[in-house]
Design a protein around this ligand. Structure first.
Ligand code: ZN
Length: 362
């Protein structure tokens, strides 16, 4: 992976971490055993650490073969990564101590926020790739992907805020719909992976006769077997991704085959605490870890997104129409030229709908 790609991933993760960091949330963390607020913070810090580690590993690859400018950029990022990691270790160490107090915690978090902001400024000076400001996501029937899924709504709002999008739409295509791009993509993927060849990889098996296995406790053996299964599944996925890579796509282009990260390395690492928040009655949510962050995202969703039967749609400055006031986020302005929501179908004569062009002027 190139330096530019690594830096772009790290920039997005740092943006996510800063968006997630709410003073009223982290100040509730204590050093008591099984403190849920501390666990929530540990999870966020671990997720950022994981991405920092990955970035550092990839940045150091072939350092001597890079050109002078790239080498200088890598070294600058490197130095700041080290400082950010020290900040994180310091907070995590102090979570274990009974002497932990709000004043110190606030100071450490402010240091961390300052250095993360410095990292973003460093990335601003580089020409990193950015997601286009208008995003369309299409989904097909299936569990967990529809727009009515609560996580989907949250993640959509988070993506808008992290990437500073102008427009976002997620449409759930019905099965058999002639416009169903998802079905067409699935057919193209199916065709790419069914090439007639069997899958070959260096698979692992459990050797029950080895001395190492014989000496294991039942618990260790189960973990060991689990690791072997994970390895074999991951290698199979890599083979399938290689078949998809550069195969013809549904629109005449070529597809990209990727294997997703392990659960520890997922970009959004707060699945469990988000679920608890959503499952809890509104009147009791203020007692939960991450309440202030989730409330912020939820309010943003309510004041910017529009929901239809099979879609959700976001456009910047929608807050002005819904609340009569422009929110802090929208004051950043448009990332590209201004855009409006897609006009809704409007009936015409003879049971037909007006064309898009006619509709836009209604
Ligand atoms: Zn707004």
């Amino acid at each position: 992976m190139t330096f530019i790609k690594v830096a772009a991933i790290l920039r997005d993760k740092t943006n996510h971490f800063l968006l997630q960091t709410e003073t009223r949330d982290y100040q509730k963390a204590t050093s008591q055993a099984k403190c849920l607020f501390q666990e929530y913070e540990q999870n966020r810090l671990n997720s950022l650490s994981f991405h920092l580690d990955q970035a550092e590993l990839m940045l150091s690859y072939d350092l001597n073969e890079k050109c002078e400018t790239e080498k200088r950029n890598v070294i600058q990022v490197y130095d700041l990564l080290k400082i950010v990691r020290d900040n994180i270790s310091n907070i995590k160490e102090n979570f274990k101590k009974a002497t932990l107090n709000i004043e110190d915690l606030t100071e450490w978090y402010e240091n961390l926020i300052g250095n993360c902001t410095g990292l973003l400024k460093l990335f601003d000076g580089l020409t990193l790739r950015k997601l286009k400001p208008r995003v369309l996501e299409l989904t097909d029937a299936g569990p967990g992907v529809g727009k009515s899924n609560r996580d989907v709504r949250f993640r959509a709002a988070e993506k808008v805020l992290i990437q500073n999008l102008d427009f976002y739409s997620r449409i759930h295509r019905a099965t058999g719909d002639c416009q169903n791009e998802v079905e067409r993509t699935q057919s193209a993927v199916g065709k790419a992976i069914s090439d007639g060849g069997s899958i070959h990889w260096e698979y692992k098996i459990l050797d029950i006769n080895s001395q190492e296995v014989k000496n294991m406790s039942l618990e260790d053996l189960e973990l060991f077997e689990d690791d072997i299964n994970k390895f074999n599944v991951s290698e199979t996925c890599k083979d399938l991704a290689r078949r998809v890579q550069n195969s013809p796509g549904p629109r005449g282009g070529f597809m990209v085959g990727l294997v997703s990260n392990t659960k520890d390395g997922m970009f959004f690492s707060d699945e469990a605490s988000l679920k608890i928040y959503l499952d809890t009655a509104q009147t009791k949510r203020h007692m939960l870890p991450g309440y202030n962050y989730y409330k912020k995202i939820s309010d943003f969703y309510d004041s910017h997104f529009e929901e239809g039967e099979l879609y959700i749609e976001y456009v910047k400055f929608k807050c002005e129409e819904k609340n009569g006031i422009i929110c802090e986020y929208c004051t950043n302005g448009w990332s590209a030229s201004p855009i409006n929501v897609v006009p809704k179908p409007y009936p015409d004569e003879n049971y037909k709908y007006k064309s898009y062009e006619e509709n836009a002027n209604v």
